[in-house]
Ligand binder design. Structure first.
Ligand SMILES: Cc1cc2nc3c(=O)[nH]c(=O)nc-3n(C[C@H](O)[C@H](O)[C@H](O)COP(=O)(O)OP(=O)(O)OC[C@H]3O[C@@H](n4cnc5c(N)ncnc54)[C@H](O)[C@@H]3O)c2cc1C
Length: 400
């Protein structure tokens, strides 16, 4: 059976996120983007709207909604600004859903419930100054010392680094395996920002996501209780890849919001701007750019919905998610570049939002697996050099 309709719950989440974008994000985004500041009203508004844990089970403080709802909320928030969608990508995709799946009950009590209710914020620390795509190139170490692990290392390009209370951080627990670049020596930990030896700071001069918090984290001899090891030693790589499966999904859905924002801005402007005595909407080459946005939005949406459907069934979605993320980000980049083009010189100024869309779209082809990494993944699936088998643990199946 193929059913393209959204449930009442889906529509309710979409409407709520849409309203938040229209009321809280869009009216002031130009100022916050210019000031390189996170809107102080954003997180309280997301908390009030129950958006910070809505697809976490009720037992752990959420609303128990499905993963399609998560995608719809991401699309609506990114219609407002990418920085708002990044909050859901990180807080839910990269932190809460992995903690729900891999952490034990005591950890969920302490580190999931307050995050799902929005009392606390989660972040994900994988990338380091010398290692992004090459995860086993990371240098952080966590050496066992009695009831603690002593964590040392530097994390870079971490979304919500300063805002978050808890980080899901990755480090080598087996130093011999580190030398051999054997990923079964990596482990995952929940680290509290309040622990002694944790310092965070902002990254200045970003191209995009300027209204978002992107920063660095330094861990210097941080004593992390052994109870904060997530799952087992040596499972960090597997957990990191699982995190990315959820984060990439939110980026794919969010990118559709960006494409739609480009299309809507261009449609409006095309009826306002006249050249050669006609609205530019009547020029075929302008129509071509708008038609591409329309097509890009539709097929990118179909791809993330397929990934979301797999997630709802509890079926591993790594392949579908990677494809959705790669294509949606590619289409968003193209849509934003064309949106600037449709606006002509006005697109080159921040008087209109399309230059912000253009700068924001670039980031999504870099984070959560670069364009090149997803291209290689898709080629390897097609060439049968790569195959997904069911994971030891996956997202809990949910009803739509
Ligand atoms: C706005 C923003 C937010 C971010 N948020 C987070 C976060 O919250 N947490 C986190 O851990 N990280 C985060 N990141 C980091 C992000 O995930 C990395 O930047 C990304 O994984 C790429 O790594 P890199 O920048 O080190 O590039 P590199 O890995 O150094 O790659 C450089 C170039 O080489 C190419 N390349 C690399 N390897 C190959 C290969 N095998 N074949 C072909 N080409 C290759 C890449 O595609 C790229 O073009 C964020 C980044 C940005 C920009």
């Amino acid at each position: 059976m193929i059913d393209f309709s959204f449930t009442e719950n889906h529509q309710a989440v979409r409407d709520m996120a849409r309203e938040l974008a229209r009321k809280v994000i869009i009216p002031s985004i130009k100022d916050y983007d210019r000031a390189n500041k996170i809107n102080p009203e954003l997180l309280p508004a997301m908390k009030k709207a129950n958006l910070l844990g809505f697809c976490i089970p009720e037992k752990y403080g959420g609303l128990g909604m499905d993963y399609i709802s998560l995608g719809l909320a991401c699309e609506e928030l990114e219609y407002g600004d990418t920085s708002a969608r990044v909050v859901l990508s990180v807080h839910i995709g990269l932190y809460s859903l992995p903690v729900l799946t891999w952490a034990d009950e005591e950890q969920k009590e302490k580190y999931l419930i307050p995050v799902a209710t929005g009392e606390k914020i989660g972040a994900f620390g994988l990338t380091e100054p010398g290692a992004g795509s090459d995860v086993v190139g990371l240098q952080s170490t966590a050496v066992k010392d009695g009831d603690y692990y002593i964590l040392n290392g530097e994390k870079m390009w971490i979304s919500l680094a300063d805002t978050a209370d808890y980080h899901l951080a990755f480090a080598w627990t087996d130093l011999e395996k580190k030398k051999k670049r054997d990923h079964s020596g990596l482990s995952a930990f929940i680290v509290e920002k309040a622990y002694e030896g944790v310092t965070v700071g902002p990254i200045h001069g970003k191209l995009g996501v300027r209204a978002g918090d992107t920063g660095w984290i330094s861990y210097q001899d941080v004593r992390v209780p052994k109870e904060n090891l997530v799952y087992k030693e040596g499972q960090g790589f597997k957990i990191a890849m699982f995190c990315l499966d959820q984060g990439r999904y939110t980026v794919a859905a969010g990118s559709c919001g960006l494409i739609k924002a480009c299309r809507d801005a261009c449609v409006k402007y095309s009826f306002e701007r006249k050249t050669f005595t006609r609205n530019i909407a009547e020029h075929q080459l302008v129509k071509q750019m708008i038609a591409n946005m329309e097509a890009g939005y539709e097929y990118s949406t179909a791809l993330w919905l397929k990934a979301g459907w797999l997630k709802n069934q509890g079926i591993r979605s790594t392949r579908a998610t990677s494809l959705a993320k790669w294509i949606a980000c590619r289409e968003a980049e193209e849509a934003a570049a064309n949106a600037v083009q449709v606006f002509g010189a006005y697109g080159f100024s921040d008087e209109y939002p399309v230059e912000r869309f253009y700068r924001n779209a670039k980031g999504a082809s870099i984070y959560e697996g670069t364009r090149e990494i997803h291209t290689l993944m898709q080629a390897d699936y097609a060439l049968r050099l790569r195959k997904d088998t069911p994971l030891e643990r996956d997202l809990p199946e949910v009803e739509q």
